[in-house]
Write a protein that binds this ligand. Structure first.
Ligand code: HDE
Length: 751
């Protein structure tokens, strides 16, 4: 006996008798009652019932009423057990011969706990390893029965549950969110006629035209195999070596070097199905379609210097943003649209719609809105849902079919195949997050980790012993579109696939001046990390076929002479239908003009002007913005009227890159303090350099001067006001709604 009384032990309130002879008699543990879902502090959001959470199905919704409640576990108020359900007296100390004795092999409780732990990890995805996901629903605007018999598009207002995972491509599971990269945009629709996975990206084209090249592409972009560097970055030799030998990647490289590759938020990026798909109606007639997701908040990006700094300040930046928006009830929303065209139209295009390195310009085929998607519930468990979800392009439903895009063909195989090793066998469709809400009946049996208990002795077809069941649906089931094919077997590509530059030029020409500038800067940065001069040269020679000014700017930035243009793969002159497509600029989709969920820093220090702090905070909060007081430390500051202000962020733990805008309140003493603080000055310089909105009230102007912010030229993003009055706040809100003020940017930056 150590002589210590149980009550005085500070270590583990649930296990008062942890030491000495008292351990011979296990003591019943204690538990605290968890807060109700409504209580503040709860991280659960079950109140946001979606079809997948078990809320009652409303009229006109899917007839399936499945939910995840059946598999949810919650230990609140429960006794602890082994995996066999045996209640545990003690799961904190191993079983030993004597208090100081050796641990005993028969301790099945220790062994079960450690064994399970030893096997907790599963292989990460080969690509798109890092991601974040959420539940929600898709709502159809109007019946599309004339062009597709897909049940989710059958009725106006019909809701289908969805689970959506956003991801980066190159980085490993624990890598940063703000790498320059493509973003995955994968949607699983749990329709009442089975699951449909629309596994897209935030860019409408891809690097390669044929699935055969995918392993090469991924080997080139992933960390180099000898030393495992760099993590989550395309800025290295092997990537640029490969793509510069593959001119078909030019168009995608323009997108990758554009601001699209560093989105401000998953909630503020477009999504694309990339390939041309088919809609098929009940009569078997087909049209070609391209899928587009458009965010209601508009398309917005970071700037590169900001993305680099966020990588250090908050590697989970996009994950946190999505999670917090949903927890605070600001449910992200996208509109689904389709470009609809016929085979005959497609044949007349200057490009091939089976070529995934090409878009169909919106000026050629406009987007028809067909529904909206709302994400309104965070997952309960990251592993069970976000990690185990298995998206497969092969998962289509009646009314939706493939085209002969050779990239898509490889994907139809790859996704199912990869889940078998990643999720440990062919029954991954039974994992709760993957299981369709529609019933599953077939003669597939057994395999690793089978959950279903099939009844009866019939597992074959045809059968008479089971009454011929399960029976084939015939014409009411999935019938492939009967595309006529008569051709020689060969390995090759259509003529039109050989044109690699026209749409890259179109993309570049369609960008706003600051977007073009960012593209040139991104090429400069990435290629400056390439160590082999011949690789840099090849990329610049490629760019000469896209835009001479762009090639010249990049060459100058790399201190190299202009190389000869890259020889073209085809002598055939392509006459593009459009030379400029305004829809390709992010400015074309500014969003709803609001500032909801924008992160605003309110700088505070002792003696800050209380009126200015409270008035600005209120005005921004009223419009849905997220306002944080950022102090020289976290905790309490005394304002000039004695009000206690509680800062929940500090200049040290929340640098400028994490905010969309900053307010400098009035208060001479506070401004003097901040003017002597290098962190405060750096905060303002970064806000300015990253083209964000700054509001300075009264004496706040002195902080701008101390930080060296240029105040000579008018700048709609730098607002100075004597008071936090309605006029000042209106100007600030308007400036924040513009997202950034790129007209302020210079290269190199002035500040
Ligand atoms: Fe993928 N891709 N991909 N991909 N992809 C995977 O599947 C593949 C491509 C995309 O959040 C893998 O489950 C091949 C285009 C997303 O879980 C793998 C080819 C587009 C996700 C795979 C492509 C995508 C993946 C890795 C060329 C946009 C993440 C783990 C033929 C239209 C889904 C996995 C999630 C994931 C193969 C090209 C989007 C290996 C062979 C084009 C969003 O199966």
């Amino acid at each position: 006996d150590t002589g210590t009384t149980a009550a005085s032990l500070p270590f583990n309130a649930n296990k008062p008798a942890e030491y000495g002879a008292a351990t011979a008699v296990p003591i019943t543990g204690q538990h605290t009652v968890p807060p109700s879902p409504d209580a503040t502090g709860s991280t659960l959001s079950e109140t946001n019932a979606s079809g997948k959470t078990g809320g009652p199905a409303e009229a006109g919704l899917n007839r399936v009423g499945g939910d995840l409640l059946r598999v949810r576990a919650d230990g609140g108020g429960q006794v602890m057990t082994t995996n066999q359900g045996v209640p545990l007296a003690d799961n904190q100390s191993s079983l030993k011969a004597g208090l100081r004795g050796p641990a005993l092999l028969k301790d099945f409780i220790l062994r079960e706990k450690i064994t399970h732990f030893d096997h907790e990890r599963i292989p990460e995805r080969i690509v798109h390893a890092r991601g974040s996901a959420a539940h929600g629903y898709f709502e159809c605007y109007a019946p599309l029965t004339d062009i597709t018999c897909a049940s989710l598009f059958a009725e106006a207002g019909k809701r289908t549950p969805v689970f959506v995972r956003f991801s980066t491509v190159a980085g490993e599971r624990g890598s940063k969110d703000t790498a320059r990269d493509v973003r995955g945009f994968a949607v699983k629709f749990y329709t009442d006629e089975g699951n449909w996975d629309l596994v897209g990206n935030n860019m409408p084209v891809f690097f390669i035209q044929d699935a055969m090249k995918f392993p090469d592409l991924v080997h080139a972009v992933k960390p180099e195999p000898h030393h495992g560097m760099p993590q989550a970055a395309s800025a290295h030799d092997t990537f640029w070596d490969f793509v510069s030998l593959m001119p078909e990647s030019t168009h995608m490289l323009l997108w990758l070097m554009s601001d699209r590759a560093i989105p401000r938020s998953y909630r503020m990026m477009q999504g694309f199905g990339v390939h041309t798909f088919r809609f098929v109606n009940a009569q078997g007639a087909s049209v070609l379609v391209k899928f587009h997701w458009t965010p209601m908040l508009g398309t917005h990006s970071l700037v590169w210097d900001e993305a680099v700094k966020i990588s250090g300040a908050d590697p989970d930046y996009h994950r946190r943003d999505l999670w917090e928006a949903i927890e605070t009830g600001h449910y992200p929303e996208w509109e689904l649209g389709v470009q609809i065209f016929t085979e005959e139209q497609a044949e007349a295009f200057s490009f091939d719609v089976l070529d995934a390195t090409k878009i169909v310009p919106e000026e050629l085929v406009p987007i028809t809105p067909i529904g909206r998607m709302v994400l309104d519930r965070n997952p309960d468990n990251f592993f069970a849902e976000t990690e185990q979800v298995a998206f497969c392009t092969a998962h289509v439903v009646r009314g939706i079919d493939f085209t002969n895009d050779p990239l898509l063909a490889g994907r139809i195989h790859s996704y199912v195949d990869t889940q078998i090793s990643r999720l440990g066998g062919p029954n991954f469709h039974e994992l709760p997050i993957n299981a369709p809400l529609a019933a599953v009946h077939n003669n597939q049996r057994d395999g690793m980790h089978r959950q279903t208990i099939h009844r009866g002795r019939v597992a074959y077809e045809p059968n008479s012993l089971g009454g011929g069941c399960p029976f084939q649906a015939g014409a009411t089931g999935f019938v492939p579109f009967p595309e006529p094919i008569a051709a020689d077997e060969l390995r090759g590509k259509p003529e039109k696939f050989a044109e690699h530059f026209a749409q890259a030029s179109l993309f570049y020409a369609s960008q706003a001046p600051h977007e073009q500038r960012h593209i040139a800067q991104a090429f400069r940065f990435e290629l400056s990390k390439v160590t082999v001069p011949a690789v840099r040269e090849r990329v610049v020679s490629m760019l000469r076929n896209v835009s001479e000014p762009l090639a010249a700017e990049v060459a100058e930035g790399l201190g190299m002479p202009l190389p000869e243009p890259m020889p073209r793969a085809t002598a055939v002159e392509v006459k593009p239908e459009v030379d400029v497509s305004p829809a390709l600029s992010q400015l074309a989709r500014p969003g709803d003009g609001g500032i909801a969920t924008r992160q605003i820093a309110l700088l505070v220090a002792d003696q800050v002007n209380a009126d200015a702090v409270l008035a600005t905070a209120q005005a921004l909060i009223d419009r849905g913005a997220m306002v944080r007081m950022v102090g020289q430390h976290v905790g309490i500051f005394a304002a000039d009227d004695g009000t206690q202000l509680d800062a929940d962020a500090s200049l040290e733990n929340h640098p400028a890159c994490l905010f969309d805008g900053v307010i400098i309140p009035d208060g001479q003493a506070a401004i003097t303090l901040l003017s002597d603080d290098g962190r405060a000055l750096e905060f303002l310089r970064d806000q300015y350099r990253h083209a964000k909105t700054i509001l300075a009230i009264g004496a706040g102007r002195q902080l701008l001067e101390a930080a060296g912010i240029p105040l000579d030229a008018p700048d709609p993003g730098v607002i100075q006001a004597e008071q936090a009055d309605a006029r000042a706040m209106a100007a600030t809100v308007a400036a924040l709604a513009m997202h950034r003020h790129p007209e302020r940017e210079t290269d190199p930056p002035r500040v």
